[in-house]
Design a protein around this ligand. Structure first.
Ligand code: GCB
Length: 606
């Protein structure tokens, strides 16, 4: 699904702003047809934002059920004769949407876009009412999973992942117009021959035209200076780029492919697709980008901040990338869900490498019973995560790859974080999902993130993974505080994984750290301990050749549900929630850039 754009033939109207909002814990609004008129008893709510922290009220914060949003918009007069589409970049975790009195779409899954052709329902120049019933409930058939139970004070949501269940309309909403014959999809795949100086880039493209698809397609490829470097006729083909400038980590060089639908000399539609020419390959224990071994440095991140919750925010985006640059991170994982489109666009431009993850997190009842003391239940069973859940998961993989396939920054798909992976049931559940991801994208490796409860020798999914991704907390959740013993245990396990002859990325290692808490003896929770813990991990990684990456958990402190071992959230950040560096951030910066502080003595950017 292509993003809305303003081009020579297309126009967008953003619907971000303050909408009317009303909670509906019992689901009464559907029967009472709240969409059929102005939303009664509404309060203001910003879009995009999570609703949870906007209002200082625990009922809003912990709401379970529907949340109704409504706004009105005037359809631009100039859109007469065009195809008009209503698009939500996301609504967490599912939504039903109406235009005036007519339901126009339903969508399951909180982190991917959905849209509907509303041409027949609107009149250019007139106002329309747009209503969305956004539901935040998690169950065994949703991603991520959860359970809603009746409690003494109403319904209560529990879930099995370690971040707050923020909900609402987290990303932009648009009305947009395209011609009635329009480009509906583009796929680009890149390759190159030869070495620097005499390098020939190859850009295979496939353009899908909808509407009256009989019209011709023409493509133009422009370089970063706007010069046309290749052209093609027909809906698919391969363009050749002489002396191609590759996209590479740290060098986000982008070409732009303009896909035109033409009728003789007349331009019917035009869509602009950025293109980074690069290759990705796994060879033995190496992860190669453009044929060169790549070592991931960086973090697992979250879309998380005070007040806005999980809403996309450009100021935070640019600031976070500046901090990635400062600290010397070349990559991050979109733990634990697909991020806003803007994040990948910016990663493409900045040359930051991305591991793109679905929202399959918490599919592991062993973690719940082992660590959180919940009664042991089976993860994969007809009553819990079952065939229906797998179909939801498959759809999430389809939507992720369809949305993100053209980003050069994305080098690896992660189809799940820490699922149960030592049982036959997990193997049965996951085998077809790996096959699906590999069929949908033959150009990128596919993996999943392994949990400590499935150590080397027990995991039944590793054989399907092109890359081994490990989350390990030796010295924190096990061997707590005893870094010497932790180092021995960690190295021993990692040596086992290294024998599989696949590249290994450590996708999580970290220790909760309260900024400002210090001790001379490096006790857990202090800044000294976090630094010592990271040092220990780095010694282990540096001793094993198959390790091709280290991503600290987490970039910044983030909000979680209330638990006895979380102090106002998870504190494993290298930065605090408001992005102040802990001592560990300086340590990482030294390791990843070689630069020593004080960086505050003056600008050290080169
Ligand atoms: C994990 C999870 C992550 C948690 C982290 C922790 O393994 O993947 O979501 O936040 O551990 O801090 O416990």
């Amino acid at each position: 699904m292509l993003r809305p754009q303003d081009t020579a033939t297309r126009e967008r109207r953003s619907l971000t702003g303050i909408w009317d909002f009303r909670l509906d814990g019992t689901g009464a609004g559907h029967d009472a047809r709240w969409f059929a008129g102005p939303l009664a008893d509404a309060r203001p709510m910003p879009v995009p934002a999570s609703f949870n922290d906007i209002v200082p009220d625990v009922e809003v914060k912990n709401h379970v059920g529907d949340a109704w949003y409504q706004t009105s918009a005037r359809v631009p007069r100039g859109w007469a004769g065009e195809r008009i589409v209503l698009r939500f970049d996301s609504a967490t975790h599912r939504a039903v949407v109406w235009i005036n009195d007519t339901e126009v779409m339903r969508h399951e899954g909180g982190y991917t876009p959905f849209e509907a052709d509303v041409t027949e329902l609107v009149t250019p120049g007139d106002e329309v009412r747009i209503t969305a019933a956004v539901n935040n409930e998690l169950n065994f058939q949703s991603l991520p999973p959860g359970v809603v139970q009746e409690g003494p004070r109403g319904r209560k949501q529990t879930y099995f992942h370690d971040f707050f269940n923020y909900a609402g309309i987290h990303r932009p909403v648009y009305l947009y117009a395209t011609p009635t014959t329009y480009v509906s999809d583009i796929t680009v795949v890149t390759d190159f021959d030869g070495a620097a100086g005499a390098r020939t880039g190859k850009v295979s493209y496939d353009v899908v035209v909808s509407g009256d698809g009989s019209q011709d397609v023409r493509v133009l490829l422009r370089d970063a200076d706007g010069e046309v470097v290749a052209t093609g006729d027909g809906a698919s083909g391969e363009l050749t780029v002489q002396d191609a400038h590759l996209w590479a980590p740290g060098d986000g060089y982008l070409y732009e492919l303009e896909a035109q639908v033409v009728d003789g000399d007349a331009l019917v539609d035009s869509y602009l697709q950025t293109v980074g020419i690069r290759t990705v390959e796994v060879r033995g224990t190496q992860f190669l980008i453009n044929g060169e071994p790549f070592y991931f440095t960086g973090f697992g991140k979250h879309e998380d901040q005070a007040v806005r919750g999980k809403a996309h925010d450009d100021a935070m985006l640019v600031h976070d990338f500046e901090l990635l640059d400062w600290i010397g991170a070349n990559s991050f994982r979109t733990s634990h869900y697909p991020y806003a489109d803007e994040v990948y666009d910016y990663a493409d431009r900045q040359g930051i490498v991305v591991i793109d993850e679905t929202s399959a997190v918490g599919q592991n009842m062993g973690v719940m019973s082992g660590m959180m003391g919940m009664p042991a239940i089976e993860t994969f069973s007809p009553e819990t995560i079952n065939d229906e859940s797998r179909e939801v998961h498959a759809q999430a993989i389809r939507e992720l790859i369809a949305r993100d396939k053209n980003h050069p920054s994305i080098v690896l798909w992660s189809i799940a974080n820490e699922p149960e992976s030592a049982s036959d049931a997990s193997r049965e559940y996951f085998e077809p999902l790996f096959a699906l991801a590999k069929e949908l994208d033959t150009t990128r490796p596919v993996g999943f993130v392994n949990v400590m409860l499935s150590p080397f020798g027990t995991c039944k999914l590793a054989e399907f993974s092109d890359v081994i991704m490990l989350n390990r907390y030796y010295g924190w959740y096990v061997d707590t505080g005893d870094l010497e013993v932790a180092e021995e245990h960690w190295r021993a396990e990692l040596q086992g994984w290294a024998s599989l002859d696949k590249p290994i990325i450590i996708t999580e290692y970290g220790a909760d750290t309260v900024a400002g808490l210090h001790s001379t003896t490096a006790d857990p929770w202090t800044e000294e301990f976090q630094s010592a813990y990271l040092d220990m991990n780095h010694r282990v990684f540096d001793s094993i050749d198959a390790v091709v990456g280290e991503q600290v958990w987490n970039f910044a402190d983030f909000q979680t549900s209330q638990m006895v071992f979380r102090v106002d959230g998870n504190k494993k950040g290298a930065f605090t929630r408001d992005r102040r560096p802990k001592a560990a951030a300086h340590l990482l910066r030294k390791r990843w850039t070689g630069k020593s502080d004080p960086s505050w003595a003056g600008s050290d950017r080169d």
